[in-house]
Design a protein around this ligand. Structure first.
Ligand SMILES: *Cc1c(COP(=O)(O)O)cnc(C)c1O
Length: 418
């Protein structure tokens, strides 16, 4: 599927309405051709001796997506032992998985070490404990460069009060621990947050990281994290990957020649690789005219797609059933018993009850943030690959909602004698 033309029409070999008929709505659909072209864009943007792109899988963890990433040659960036296990189940070599947790227990890090994945450490206490228990284990250090980046405070992770990373001001302490234990630091890492709008801000962070990198003599890689913003609407701002690639590559090559050895340049994008590959389809349940607003109430809610409510993010909404209808202004809302507005005052081709609408940019942080709130079932997921559609996750059933609940049988007759 592909978007073309002025009206953001959905076109391509597969008719979205055919998919909705076949699999039902609400429905998540992902197109591998878009993931592949984003991966290629990223890997050609950087001109360095060695590049590794680790997919930040919290954006989209379906096993089929992970397997596809593996086939492209990507590694994996994981933030929980469960993501590590999904990655291994999808066939990744543990060596190509990096574990970048925050505020997890040392026990969880031990499990990741047992699984054989790379460990990225983001506080001094953990560094000391892991270093003492595994003095020979090469690890990566997550540095907080204290720069302000990121689209909003929930996803901005590199600023001074952030809970992420080891402060650059604590590097003397880190070096003392590393020297005392004789640890091997194989990588340094930063991730300043999602939605970097300014290449120069990113470069300023990179400069700080490189300054720190010089102090470690056994590095294999430098990991600049992610934060690549993609457009969410027409004329939206986004990270200029080609410009970033050119500037970072030049700086990185200079660094390597000063360091005396070629290192691997690493990135860990989530959104950039999968956001635009995803579509979320839902049916219009009601059109409701109030005194001031025309609401389109859909057969979904913040339980399936929470980004608009949680981050205030904009997802373009299309009318798939009637793409050429006369545009009118709608406020698109969900069925949850809370105000769950997907988009206010949107110009959308005239909507009718039972029409199918489509949310764009539904590949990253959409299904993975879905819940069962209001005891709703999570949608099915479908993959489009080489012009064919594949079911990659079944729609949940009421049995799924009850599966782990323990049915107590102790309340019978309890009030009978009251
Ligand atoms: C979430 C996350 C990413 C991915 O961020 P995107 O904005 O989706 O590219 C990368 N690295 C770490 C450590 C993360 O937590």
């Amino acid at each position: 599927m592909q978007l073309v033309g002025e009206n953001y029409q959905l076109t391509g070999e597969i008719d979205p309405l055919y998919l909705v008929n076949k699999y039902g709505a609400p429905l998540y659909v992902y197109d591998t051709s878009i993931i592949a072209s984003q991966y290629k864009r990223l890997s050609t943007a950087f001109d360095v001796p060695s590049l590794r792109i680790n997919f930040a899988c919290k954006a989209l963890t379906n096993l089929a997506i992970l397997k596809f990433m593996n086939s492209l040659g990507a590694g994996l960036d994981t933030v929980s032992i469960e993501e590590v296990r999904l990655g291994i189940a999808a066939g990744f070599d543990p060596h190509n998985i990096i574990f970048t947790p925050n505020c997890v227990s040392v026990e969880e890090i031990e499990l990741a070490i047992e699984a054989g994945v790379r460990i990225n450490i983001d506080n001094i206490s953990t560094l000391e404990q892991i270093g003492t228990r595994h003095p020979g284990l090469p690890v990566c250090i997550r540095v907080n460069p204290h720069i302000m980046a990121g689209g909003n405070s929930k996803i901005s992770t590199g600023h001074i009060d952030s809970k992420f990373g080891i402060s650059i001001h604590q590097m003397p302490h880190v070096l003392r621990i590393v020297d005392a234990i004789g640890m091997k630091i194989e990588g340094v890492h930063m991730h300043t947050g999602s939605d970097i709008l300014d290449v120069d801000v990113f470069l300023a962070g990179a400069e700080i990281l490189l300054k720190i990198a010089k102090h470690f003599k056994h590095l294999d890689y430098i990991d600049f994290g992610s934060g690549f913003k993609v457009p969410y609407k027409r004329d939206d701002i986004y990270t200029d990957i080609e410009e970033l690639g050119e500037k970072i590559s030049k700086r990185f090559r200079t660094f390597c020649s000063q360091y005396g050895r070629d290192l691997t340049l690493m990135f860990e994008p989530g959104k950039f690789l999968v956001s635009e590959s995803g579509y979320f389809f839902a049916k219009v349940n009601v059109i409701k005219q109030t005194t001031s607003t025309v609401f389109a109430g859909i057969d979904s809610g913040m339980n399936h797609l929470i980004r608009p409510m949680f981050y205030n993010s904009h997802h373009t909404i299309l009318n798939v059933s009637n793409p050429t209808g006369k545009p009118r202004i709608y406020t698109v809302v969900g069925y949850i018993c809370e105000t769950d507005t997907f988009g206010a005052n949107r110009l959308i081709p005239q909507l009718q009850e039972d029409d199918i609408i489509c949310f764009l940019n539904a590949g990253a942080y959409c299904f993975t943030m879905a819940s069962n709130y209001n005891s709703r079932l999570r949608p099915a997921e479908v993959l489009i690959h080489n012009g064919k559609d594949y079911l990659i996750r079944k729609r949940e059933t009421i049995e799924d909602l009850m599966r782990n609940q323990v049915d107590l049988d102790i309340f019978k007759n309890e009030h009978e004698h009251a």
